[in-house]
Design a protein around this ligand. Structure first.
Ligand SMILES: Cc1cc2nc3c(=O)[nH]c(=O)nc-3n(C[C@H](O)[C@H](O)[C@H](O)COP(=O)(O)OP(=O)(O)OC[C@H]3O[C@@H](n4cnc5c(N)ncnc54)[C@H](O)[C@@H]3O)c2cc1C
Length: 288
């Protein structure tokens, strides 16, 4: 399989990149790590006339604390999340989620921005990022806007991003969570997409759960919050029975399909088990 011909641009500034995207229109797309867009072009699943590379925009690779929280540049690779001091200090759950992704080669090239903009329902980072309340900054020719990641996805491979916009950063404001993590189940240990994934974030006060977020991946057209399961936990003393009830409720709330990787029933059962395990881990490990 060969790549078809296309125009290649590598602008030196963000403004130039947005102007190019606006000028080229829907037949052009951003090129970040290329692990998704180039494979789709090779397999003729996507026909594009131009790619606008963001490889010269080094400012988009930064991962830093800014006094109010942590900002992850959209061009940061999955491997760079694993070792980032700002994340190891404040959000080790993000480092652990990145370790569960793909294989070393893909983690070295695939980016955080690409993982979200391609909006594949099984993508690993969106559930955890949503559980942690992340926002995304979108920059286009008419200015910039900040959107909660929870409102970013509109369907499989669809988001609110406009053709001339570039996702520049993920913003994590300091928050009250006492624990969080992401667990996925896939058919192989390495390089495999999630059959189901669950991220949880909790605020514990002793053995009482003051707040919980549960976000499920690969079991609906977009990452999905299990809001009824979250309500079951709110203000309650945590017991095995309560976690069981939350897992059952999350399994009822998800909307999985049956495909080659798993049936609807199997995915619901995975959600039930992963929700319980992920909550238990968030509650007991006591770090975000
Ligand atoms: C073998 C293999 C294993 C994989 N395993 C996993 C896995 O375990 N978990 C998982 O979640 N994913 C997995 N993936 C999917 C994918 O490669 C990753 O999600 C990766 O993060 C995509 O990022 P990228 O930079 O390569 O995106 P690209 O291919 O460069 O871009 C993907 C899409 O996003 C757009 N885009 C990228 N960045 C921006 C931006 N900053 N602003 C606007 N638009 C942008 C592009 O235009 C394109 O439409 C795997 C892929 C392969 C090939």
């Amino acid at each position: 399989m060969y790549l078809p011909d296309f125009e290649y641009y590598a602008p030196a500034t963000l403004a130039e990149a947005c102007e190019l995207l606006a000028k080229l229109g829907p037949k052009a797309k951003v090129l970040a790590g290329g692990t998704d867009v180039l494979s789709k072009m090779k397999q003729e699943q996507l026909s594009l006339e131009a790619l606008v590379s963001i490889k010269k925009l080094d400012e988009l690779t930064e991962i830093k604390s800014n006094g109010k929280g942590v900002v992850i540049g959209a061009r940061a690779t999955h491997n760079s999340l694993i070792d980032a001091p700002a994340l190891q200090e404040k959000y080790p759950s993000i480092c652990n989620a990145a370790k569960q992704m793909a294989n070393n080669q893909i983690r070295n090239t695939g980016t955080v921005g690409g993982n979200c903009v391609n909006a594949v329902p099984s993508a690993d980072l969106p559930p955890l990022f949503i559980a942690l309340g992340a926002e995304v900054k979108l920059v286009g020719t008419s200015g910039e806007r900040v959107v909660p990641l929870e409102d970013f996805f509109t369907g499989p491979n669809e988001t609110v991003i406009k053709p001339d916009e570039i996702l520049t950063e993920f913003i994590f404001k300091d928050q009250p969570f006492t624990g969080s993590n992401y667990l996925k189940f896939s058919l192989r240990r390495s390089g495999a997409l999630a059959v189901a994934g669950v991220a949880t974030a909790v605020v514990m006060d002793g053995d009482v759960c003051k707040e919980a977020r549960i976000v499920m991946g690969a079991v609906a057209p977009t990452p999905l919050r299990a809001k009824e399961a979250e309500e079951i936990l709110k203000g309650q003393k945590v017991t095995d029975e309560l976690l069981e009830e939350a897992g059952n409720r999350a399994a009822a709330e998800c909307k999985p399909i049956s495909d080659l990787r798993g049936s609807e029933e199997y995915r619901r059962d995975l959600v039930r088990v992963l929700t319980k395990r992920s909550l238990r881990k968030s509650i007991s490990e006591g770090h975000v």
